[in-house]
Design a protein around this ligand. Structure first.
Ligand SMILES: Nc1ncnc2c1ncn2[C@@H]1O[C@H](COP(=O)(O)OP(=O)(O)O)[C@@H](O)[C@H]1O
Ligand SMILES: [Mg+2]
Length: 423
């Protein structure tokens, strides 16, 4: 891949969409004559993408310093080339390239110059996560960077899957999506920053100092997030405490990398997966559904109450987890888990998938428990109500995240996660 920078004059063209993928570009070109310019992974190759009467066409623009060439037409810059095509129509393979409306970037398409980021706060499957700021509003953000070694067609496709679904959501218990950045390398996702890090890190760091009512509240908030997602027709497929983040005491579902907007999604069982959170019936046919998310939620409930924090079935290898859960073995409810929460956890993990509560029911049941545990809280908007006493300040949280080796731990965890496979 070329390491060259995209020329500033190209970047600033309102209709320059950088590495926008074909399927996303095609969606934006609605009427005949709608057009934009994109860039493939090598920046010297740009494409003019235009909707013509017979469909979408992609024409290669050769970009060299001081020239932009399409077919027989050559001008000094892309903008001049486009303007010339508008006034003096070019014909390629018997088809006239009629350009009518330049399609500008959408509201989720940000540019590198819109963000500032430096401090690393996390690491995941395909990238590194940083804390940063939006230049325009000074709002604190998290930036998920596609690492250079993953910045190929497949890596970009993964990143854009996450961006496409996240654009559709707006809920207090789902991490807010600000946008994606494809105008130049590195490719980025821009998200709401969560000052408390992941729930898993919080459970590890706070141990028994995290009260049972707070744990119940976390569980309830996560259920509100999952209920919203399911109502939007989306299976998360990676529900676990590591993928729930906390911001000012509010739990938010995050990491939509595996999420699918469908009611059944058949997964490739030959690829590594999160065996410990995987509903056992998935081994039969590879099908993940809303009720397999509910099973994973049950395992996450166990994580939320086990003190000190432990990986589910820590003493077992992945293969053993698979064998034992398929023959009916289940994690016993942790000692700190109130009985009624334990009963809900068992229902979520029961073998008969269709008997598991759906997310809405689960949310209602947990709301009941939450009300009992926190009698002074009003339930209206209770997903937003944080028990103040148990929450550290934003500042101390960020400091601990950066100073106490959390990153190293994260890297070790990711390594462990990737060892867990089919087994
Ligand atoms: N919006 C955010 N705010 C704060 N920290 C975040 C945010 N997004 C991710 N992180 C940190 O980065 C880690 C990896 O992010 P995640 O989205 O789970 O990536 P992956 O898909 O690679 O697992 C998280 O566990 C968390 O510690
Ligand atoms: Mg993750």
């Amino acid at each position: 891949m070329s390491k060259e920078k995209v020329p500033e004059e190209d970047l600033n063209l309102p209709y320059f969409h950088g590495a926008l993928m074909n399927q996303d570009a095609d969606q934006l070109l609605v009427n005949d004559g709608d057009f934009m310019v994109t860039m493939k992974l090598q920046i010297d190759i740009n494409k003019l993408v235009v909707r013509l009467k017979k469909g979408i066409r992609r024409y290669e623009i050769k970009r060299l310093p001081g020239s932009a060439k399409l077919g027989s037409r050559s001008k000094e810059t892309i903008d001049k080339l486009i303007n010339s095509l508008k006034t003096d129509v070019l014909e390629i393979k018997g088809e006239k390239i009629v350009l009518k409306r330049a399609i500008a970037k959408g509201k989720f398409q940000l540019m590198h110059k819109d963000v500032i980021f430096k401090k690393k706060i996390g690491a995941g499957a395909y990238g590194t996560v940083y804390r940063g700021r939006l230049v325009k509003t000074n709002e604190v953000i998290a930036v998920k960077k596609l690492d250079p070694e993953s910045a190929d067609e497949d890596g970009l496709a993964e990143m854009m899957k996450e961006a496409r679904v996240m654009q559709l959501y707006d809920h207090p218990n789902i991490v807010k999506f600000h946008g994606f950045i494809l105008d130049d390398l590195p490719y980025l996702l821009v998200l709401e920053f969560c000052n408390g890090g992941s729930v898993e890190d919080r459970l590890r760091d706070k141990g028994s100092r995290l009260t049972v009512p707070t744990r119940v509240h976390y569980t309830y908030m996560a259920a509100c997030g999952m209920d919203y997602l399911h109502k939007k027709g989306c299976i998360h497929r990676d529900i676990a405490s590591r993928n729930c983040l906390i911001h000012r005491g509010i739990v938010k579902m995050a990491d939509f990398g595996m999420c699918r907007a469908t009611t059944v999604y058949k997964m490739d069982m030959s690829k590594p997966c999160n065996v410990r959170w995987l509903a056992p019936e998935v081994w039969d046919n590879g099908e993940t559904r809303f009720n397999t998310d509910v099973y994973a939620f049950g395992i996450m409930m166990w994580e939320f109450f086990e003190i000190p924090y432990a990986t589910p079935y820590a003493e077992m290898k992945a293969g053993q987890v698979k064998r034992k859960t398929r023959t009916g073995y289940r994690l016993p409810p942790p000692a700190a888990m109130p009985k009624e929460v334990g009963d809900i956890m068992k229902e979520c993990c029961q073998p008969a998938a269709d008997k598991r509560p759906n997310a809405e029911k689960l949310k209602e049941m947990l709301e009941e428990v939450y009300k009992k545990q926190n009698p002074t809280e009003t339930t209206h908007n209770s997903s937003l109500a944080a028990p103040v006493s148990t929450e550290p300040t934003a500042k101390s949280n960020i400091a601990s995240k950066i100073d106490n080796g959390a990153l190293k731990k994260k890297a070790e965890k990711e390594k462990k996660k990737s060892r867990d496979s089919k087994g």
